[in-house]
Design a protein around this ligand. Sequence first.
Ligand SMILES: [Zn+2]
Length: 456
Amino acid sequence: MSLSLKIYHKLPGWSRNLAASLRGHYLNSWRYDKNSQILVEQALERDFWGRKDWDRWVGNRLDKLLSRARTSVPYYREVWDERSDDLQSSDKLENWQILEKDSVRKEAENLVADDRNLKKMFCDHTSGTTGTALNIWASSDTVKHWYALNEARCRNWYGVTKNDRWAILGGQLVTPATQTKPPFWVWNSAMNQLYLSSYHLSLTSVKSYLDALCRYRVRYILGYPSAIYTLARSALALGRRDVTLHVAISNAEPLYDHQRETIAEAFDCAVRETYGMAEMAAAATECSEGNLHQWLDAGIIETDDNDEIICTGLVNPDMPLIRYRVGDRAKFAKTPCACGRSLPVIASIEGRSDDVLLTPDGRIVGRLDPVFKKDMPVIESQIIQKTLKTILVKYVPAPDFNSSAGRDLSNRIRERLGDVEVILEKVSQIPRTPRGKFRAVVCELSAEERTKARGF
Ligand SMILES: [Zn+2]
């Protein structure tokens, strides 16, 4: 933990609000300026562009990006200089090697163009689900473009703006982990944002969270669906109908149908799924028709045989991530969306490629949410693949959980995974990742075992 975070944790509640607001002012100065509204309007106009306009726009950006990466970015310069097949031209995307996350972690500074000064750039320290820390650097222009896209395709699509009061349920340690009494949040007045700690959310603390949402009059919430779902489920169990929202926006984890239904019912609001990453290499948001649209101006997405996505970010030419293997899987839909936007539709984001289970006969099983339909008396659960034939299910039971529900649960898993042993383990809480994220599915098979089972 950093020294500044230690000092911050010792502050009384009101000073933490002040500290959060000062930080908010600082972030606002990076993210928005007088041109932001124009950038938002341009992005909204592009939503309805025809294919030709998009091809020209993306092609133009890509040409500039590849040329800049080849000449001004030390990492890529070295890769191309060492290549023996250098007869292949670097102006074609398919000739570029896949960039692995580990390279971004180790070579972060070498991935920044050498005509840029790191000290004058914004640095986002991020850690993914596996806790791997990454540093992503961006110029002021890039940050403003990225936040304009977010304002357009996230808030504007959902009928809210950055000036509305909102809540975020996320992984920042806004409250010391040891604190047992509210407030488990800070009010950031610069951003009109109530930052709620996802780490302190429990059956005993949830009432105070719901009270805070009312007291701060928040209009919408953004956060991990697992955490918003816990709030929603508790609101229903407590018979609280006083928290109504305009929209709940999920991020960072896949959104499951049972979560969506419960959140919509509890807060009487629309629920929208989003997909994005701190690396700014790709993003997608759900429209009013319920389809997830890829942002063509954020990045190019290729998919491999295993549906893994490979992204080339178009927003950050100063730290270009070209053919970057993000570690997520996705399937694209063939049909256009009834909303009229030309942005491609992603049929589903299957989550991280190491968060899929393998059956003994080599099938890949991604989403297992049908196992936990609303009728299953389970508050939360995690499915862990121990071996090819052993599945451990950790679950937090609802009061009406009984042995027949347990049998039902095991059967539903076997229906999908075949002849496997299912071990049920009752727990009081499912542990979160270091960033406070919830993982519904965890595969503990080694890379060798996975390759062997899949046959490739
Ligand atoms: Zn649509």
